[in-house]
Design a protein around this ligand. Structure first.
Ligand SMILES: *[C@@H]1O[C@H](CO)[C@@H](O)[C@H](O)[C@H]1NC(C)=O
Ligand SMILES: *[C@@H]1O[C@H](CO)[C@@H](O)[C@H](O)[C@H]1NC(C)=O
Ligand SMILES: *[C@@H]1O[C@H](CO)[C@@H](O)[C@H](O)[C@H]1NC(C)=O
Ligand SMILES: *[C@@H]1O[C@H](CO)[C@@H](O)[C@H](O)[C@H]1NC(C)=O
Length: 963
């Protein structure tokens, strides 16, 4: 009955078999006994196996069991898939020697795959995918010479592929993605002459792709995405005559793209993005007549785009972005009639946008941003009926924008910012009611905001800053329910800001500075309950600051600088508890500074200079312990003593009290202002000795001149006759210089928010960042402790928090062409632009990182290099990369902290390389930071990859790149 050849069985099975035979119940055959033993180790919560009755004589009627219909039936199929089974897999499995199919997929089985499976010598189809199997792939598996399909994907299998895998001579399908498989791929893989599909993405496979892979002559699908493969792509890949899909994305593969790939004439998808490939795009790729998707982005490819790419007659999507490509965009691209996506952003392309591209009628997404393109935007783009995304920002394009843009296409995202475009904003951009983002900032546009844009219902973000646009405030915009960011700054808008502004309920960011707005600020502004950022500086606004503005409780940045506001600053200001930056300088505000300002516990920058504030400086200002950037009360009518409490502002970098009528001494408590980088006390009525703070001793004399009787430090010994009090000082020069420094600091801080916005953007501009096994998103465990005591600015963690680990709920819109996320960061910046980073911003990011790590300000004393980057570099020259330069306030006792910070320091140094070309991209920085965190064992990489994988933009026909 039991037709087991005992000699073939490993010892444990033999023992088991014997013992099972021993207590065999009356009727049940041995295969039934094995199955009962398998059942005994399985948790079967839903009683799927309840009809596995020990009293039956054969198991052939049991659920999931299928027998041959022979005279003497044997079990040949066991299908227990999707039964919520848990527990482990019994070695008794090895007794089912007639099994041809074993399907245990989509359960929760755990522990190891028993080596006894090697005894199931008839097995042809083995599906163990989507379980919790762990430990290594058993070597015995390689004994299954009839096996044609093996799927172990989505488990926790570790260790390498066994060398013997090459013995599976019948194998046609090998699927092992999403495990923890390590080590190099065995050369014996090349023996698998029948292998058609090999997918092992999302593992930890290292080493190079073995040249023996060329032996897998039947291979059609090769997927090894998201591993740690290095080395070059072997030219033997060209021997794979039937290859249709090659997915090697997100590895560390270097070297050139082998010309031999052009031998793979059936290749349909070639995804090599996010590697370290160098050299040119081989012109031979143009031979690939079947190629529909060509993704080479995020590598280090250089040279020109070969004309032969135009021969890719089947191409639908081509993405060469984020490389170092030079030369012009080849006009031959016009020959690819079906091309719907063309991304070449972030390269070094020159020349014009070829007019010929306008003949590509299927074009839906075109992104040529961040290159050196010149000339005009071809008019013919306006006739592309399928165009939904047009991104041409950061080039040197000139001339007028095609005025018919939007007449046909259902434009969704249009970003033409940072060019030299002239003329008017096209009227029909939103004609098809699809536009959510319009950015035409930093051009030379004139005229008005067309009515069609003002009535564009889906619009979320309208950025038209830094142009020559005019007219009155476009109040119709406030009827747009989704509008949350409006930037009209630095244009020539005139007239009042109308009460209709109150209808802009969704508005979070309103930037109107640098225009000619007049009249009073309407009290309706108080209805903007979402407002986070409000800047109307440098206009001609008059009247009092309406008390209603203090109902905007979300406000984090409020800038009313350089207007004609009069009257008192209402005490209600204290209600704006989120406020981080408050700028009221250069108005005609009067009366006392309200003590409530002292309640603004998040304030980092307080600018009130150039007004007519009178009375004493409230001692409460000394309680704003977050105040770091500046406290500027200069050029007012303040009287009385300087409160000693200001000495508590230990983070403060600039303190400007000049040109008031302050009297008494500079409080001795100012000795505690250890962060101070600059100060000005000139033109007051101060007396007495300067506090012993070293900065005071070094500061230019002009910062103290024009007082009654200050002495000490640069002013000379206090016992000598006091300095002339009414010295005609040039304090102006000093304050201008300080102003510049403050501006630089602000720019740096502004830089980081931009950069972090960019992080998201990388996840959303990609058409194909996608892995097949869309796992459930693990809980947000993105614990990043790379950043320490951030003083101001944002960390990657902030961004993760702001989007709840890029949670779907932060998706603003998901169109056919992409997913747009919104992250409201602490400063009220949003992240639904689609810009990619420029390396100059990486520099700012590096500086901020250095600030965080060293606890030092970006501006350093001249004798120490003048700036933080020089300071760190000279420190390293003198002391090497030692912990001495790290912020002393951090607990450096923790073993993990120092190596971590040193790694982050290295990254910061890379970011601040002198030559922009040496600086990494933000994407690389994020990866390095993640890597650093991983090394310290704090990072759950799977949560990252799955979160990023959910940000891809599905391409319209839903093809996704599988691992
Ligand atoms: C892979 O291994 C790491 C560390 O050993 C572990 O944290 C992670 O959960 C594993 N992944 C899977 C899919 O088992
Ligand atoms: C390649 O595919 C063709 C068509 O499916 C098939 O006839 C041929 O045998 C395959 N070549 C190899 C080496 O498997
Ligand atoms: C490319 O194909 C040709 C002809 O089919 C063959 O002779 C040559 O060996 C192939 N090259 C590689 C590298 O596979
Ligand atoms: C491409 O880069 C390599 C170094 O990575 C360099 O040797 C080569 O000259 C570059 N080619 C072009 C066309 O710039």
């Amino acid at each position: 009955m039991a037709r087991i050849s005992y000699k073939l069985l490993p010892l444990p099975i033999f023992v088991l078999v014997v013992s099972l035979l021993f207590y065999q119940s009356a009727g049940l055959n041995s295969e039934g006994q094995y199955l009962l033993d398998i059942k005994s180790r399985i948790g079967d919560t839903y009683y799927h196996l309840s009809n596995w009755n020990p009293n039956d004589s054969t198991p052939c009627g049991w659920k999931g069991v299928d027998c041959t219909s022979d005279y003497n039936p044997v079990v040949w199929c066991l299908d227990l898939s999707s039964m919520n089974l848990s527990g482990s897999l019994s070695p008794s499995l090895g007794g089912l020697v007639h099994l041809t199919l074993l399907n245990l997929s989509f359960n929760a089985l755990s522990q190891d795959i028993p080596g006894e499976i090697g005894s199931c010598s008839s097995l042809e189809l083995l599906y163990l995918n989507n379980n919790h199997f762990e430990s290594q792939i058993p070597v015995e598996l390689a004994m299954l010479s009839c096996l044609t399909a093996l799927n172990i994907a989505n488990n926790r299998i570790s260790g390498p592929f066994p060398d013997q895998i090459g013995n599976l001579s019948s194998l046609s399908l090998l699927i092992a993605y999403s495990n923890n498989i390590t080590g190099p791929l065995p050369a014996s893989l090349g023996n698998l002459k029948r292998l058609r599909t090999f997918r092992a993405g999302q593992n930890l496979i290292s080493g190079s792709l073995p040249s023996e892979i060329g032996g897998c002559e039947s291979l059609e699908y090769l997927g090894l995405a998201q591993n740690q493969l290095s080395g070059e792509i072997p030219k033997e890949i060209g021997m794979l005559q039937n290859l249709t899909d090659l997915n090697l994305l997100s590895n560390q593969i270097s070297g050139p793209i082998p010309l031999e790939l052009s031998n793979c004439t059936y290749l349909s998808t070639l995804a090599l993005y996010d590697n370290k490939l160098v050299g040119p795009i081989p012109k031979e790729l143009g031979n690939l007549e079947c190629l529909s998707r060509l993704y080479l982005y995020r590598n280090k490819l250089n040279g020109t785009i070969p004309r032969e790419i135009g021969n890719l007659s089947s191409a639908l999507e081509i993405d060469f972005s984020e490389n170092e490509l030079t030369g012009e965009i080849p006009i031959e691209l016009k020959n690819i009639a079906g091309l719907s996506l063309l991304y070449i952003f972030e390269n070094k392309l020159t020349g014009v946008i070829p007019v010929e591209l306008t003949t590509l009628e299927n074009m839906t997404k075109l992104d040529l941003s961040t290159n050196y393109l010149t000339g005009t935007i071809p008019v013919g783009f306006q006739d592309l009926k399928r165009l939904i995304m047009l991104q041409l920002f950061d080039n040197s394009l000139s001339g007028v924008i095609p005025q018919g843009l939007g007449v046909y296409g259902k434009l969704w995202v249009v970003d033409l910012s940072n060019n030299h475009l002239t003329g008017r904003i096209p009227r029909h951009l939103c004609r098809n009611e699809n536009l959510i983002l319009l950015n035409m900032g930093s051009n030379n546009l004139t005229g008005y905001i067309p009515s069609g844009v003002q009535h564009c219902k889906p619009l979320v973000q309208l950025h038209l800053a830094v142009n020559g646009l005019g007219g009155s405030f476009p109040s119709d915009l406030c009827k747009l329910a989704n509008l949350s960011s409006l930037e009209l700054d630095q244009n020539t808008f005139t007239g009042p800001i109308p009460p209709e502004i109150g209808q802009c309920h969704a508005l979070q960011r309103l930037h109107l500075s640098g225009n000619y707005f007049t009249g009073e600020l309407p009290k309706e502004i108080g209805k903007l309950s979402q407002l986070v950022f409000f800047n109307v500086s440098t206009n001609s606004l008059t009247g009092v600051i309406p008390a209603e503005i203090f109902s905007c409780r979300m406000l984090q940045r409020l800038d009313l600088t350089r207007n004609h506001f009069v009257g008192a600053l209402p005490g209600e200001i204290g209600a704006l508890s989120q406020l981080e930056i408050l700028k009221l300088s250069e108005n005609q505000l009067s009366e006392n500074i309200p003590v409530e300002v002292g309640k603004l516990s998040r304030l980092t920058d307080l600018q009130m200079g150039g007004n007519s504030f009178s009375g004493e400086i409230p001692a409460e200002l000394g309680g704003i312990s977050s105040l770091q950037i500046a406290l500027n009360l200069s050029y007012n009518n303040l009287t009385g003593p300087i409160p000693a409490e200001l000495g508590n502002l230990v983070l403060l970098e600039f303190l400007l009290l000049n040109d008031n009528h302050l009297s008494g001494e500079i409080p001795g408590a100012f000795d505690k202002l250890s962060s101070l980088l600059g100060c000005n006390f000139s033109n007051n009525d101060l007396t007495g000795p300067l506090p012993s703070l070293p900065l005071f001793q070094k500061t230019s004399i002009s910062s103290f001149l024009g007082n009654k009787g200050l002495c000490g430090g640069p002013l000379g010994n206090c016992n000598e006759s006091p300095q002339l009090s009414s010295h005609p000082s040039d304090t102006k020069g000093t304050s201008v210089r300080l102003g510049k420094i403050i501006a630089i600091i602000s720019a740096v801080i502004g830089g980081i928010s931009l950069i972090l916005i960019i992080v998201i953007i990388h996840f959303m501009t990609r058409p194909v960042d996608m892995v097949a096994p869309l796992q459930d998103k693990p809980p947000s465990s993105l614990v990043s402790d790379i950043y320490f005591s951030p003083k101001d600015g944002f960390t990657f963690q902030d961004l993760v928090v702001a989007t709840e680990n890029f949670d779907d709920s932060f998706i603003l819109g998901r169109g056919a062409c992409g997913t747009v996320y919104k992250a409201v960061l602490r400063c009220g910046q949003y992240a639904y632009t689609m810009k990619v980073t420029e390396k100059c911003d990486i520099y700012s990011y590096g500086v901020v990182l250095l600030e965080l790590l060293t606890g030092r300000a970006p501006v350093q004393p001249l004798d120490q290099g003048g700036d933080l980057v020089s300071w760190v570099r000279s420190y390293i020259q003198a002391h090497s990369l030692s912990p001495g330069m790290l912020d002393e306030r951090i607990n450096l006792q923790d073993q993990n902290t120092i190596p971590h910070m040193i790694t982050a320091m290295k990254i910061a140094l890379l970011c601040t390389s002198m030559s922009p070309h040496d600086r990494p991209t933000m994407q690389e920085v994020v990866l390095m930071l993640i890597e650093s965190n991983k090394l310290e064992g704090h990072f759950d990489s799977s949560s990252f990859s799955s979160s990023s994988s959910s940000h891809h933009a599905n391409s319209s026909d839903e093809l996704i790149i599988n691992v």
